[in-house]
Design a protein around this ligand. Structure first.
Ligand SMILES: CC(C)(COP(=O)(O)OP(=O)(O)OC[C@H]1O[C@@H](n2cnc3c(N)ncnc32)[C@H](O)[C@@H]1OP(=O)(O)O)[C@@H](O)C(=O)NCCC(=O)NCCS
Length: 179
């Protein structure tokens, strides 16, 4: 059987509302398998939905946040965001966040496909400097494989999802003019 192809699309307000349930499931699953993406346990799908509805939807509706989804056979398998809300001196900059892939569908190139589209759209919008922060080894490996460089490490940046301890975050960046 041929491998399913990955389709990357940007959500509009209507498709955003339709996708919220599945995006909440993916976020919940990522947090429960230990991803450091801003949440701590207990974390249920209601809290995950509230994140998409209250934190992401307003910025998305205002046009300052790009939200991409990756679909496999019409089912959402992953997502990524690009925050375009920058001050006038940083209009060449945008921040990548919440690159999340369904834990059952890892290492199939979904995050790589999402990041390729994030970069394509960032460049098209004149945002040639991308930055992000990440705590996970898989995520760091992903970003390094795509040419992101480590700018530095902030110790004790975020609480671990499971335990009462604090984890470092790694600040990374990529200058798209060089790629
Ligand atoms: C990090 C994450 C997004 C990667 O998603 P993915 O779809 O599995 O990644 P891809 O299949 O596109 O991998 C692309 C490349 O990244 C690197 N990579 C990805 N996962 C890796 C892992 N677990 N270990 C080592 N390298 C890894 C590899 O170089 C890989 O290429 P290869 O498979 O040809 O070796 C996914 O593990 C995830 O959702 N993690 C939880 C959420 C998170 O931490 N997000 C990032 C913070 S914003």
């Amino acid at each position: 059987m041929p491998a399913p192809s990955i389709a990357i699309t940007a959500l509009d307000p209507t498709s955003f509302a339709e996708a919220t349930g599945r995006l909440a499931e993916i976020l919940r699953a990522c947090v429960h398998e230990g991803a450091s993406v801003g949440f701590v346990l207990p974390f249920d799908v209601g809290e995950a939905r509230a994140y998409w509805r209250d934190k992401v939807a307003p910025a998305h509706a205002a046009g300052s946040r790009l939200v991409l989804i990756a679909s496999l056979d019409d089912d959402i398998a992953g997502t990524a965001q690009l925050d375009l809300d920058s001050m006038p001196s940083k209009r060449h900059h945008a921040e990548v966040s919440k690159v999340l892939v369904d834990p059952r569908l890892r290492r199939a190139g979904i995050a790589r496909a999402l990041m390729a589209e994030i970069e394509r759209r960032a460049e098209a919008a004149g945002r040639w400097l991308l930055s992000l922060d990440t705590a996970g080894d898989a995520a760091e490996a992903l970003y390094r494989s795509l040419g992101y460089e480590l700018a530095g490490v902030i110790p004790s940046y975020a609480r671990d999802a499971f335990e009462d301890r604090y984890e470092a975050t790694r600040l990374m960046y990529k200058d798209l003019r060089r790629s």
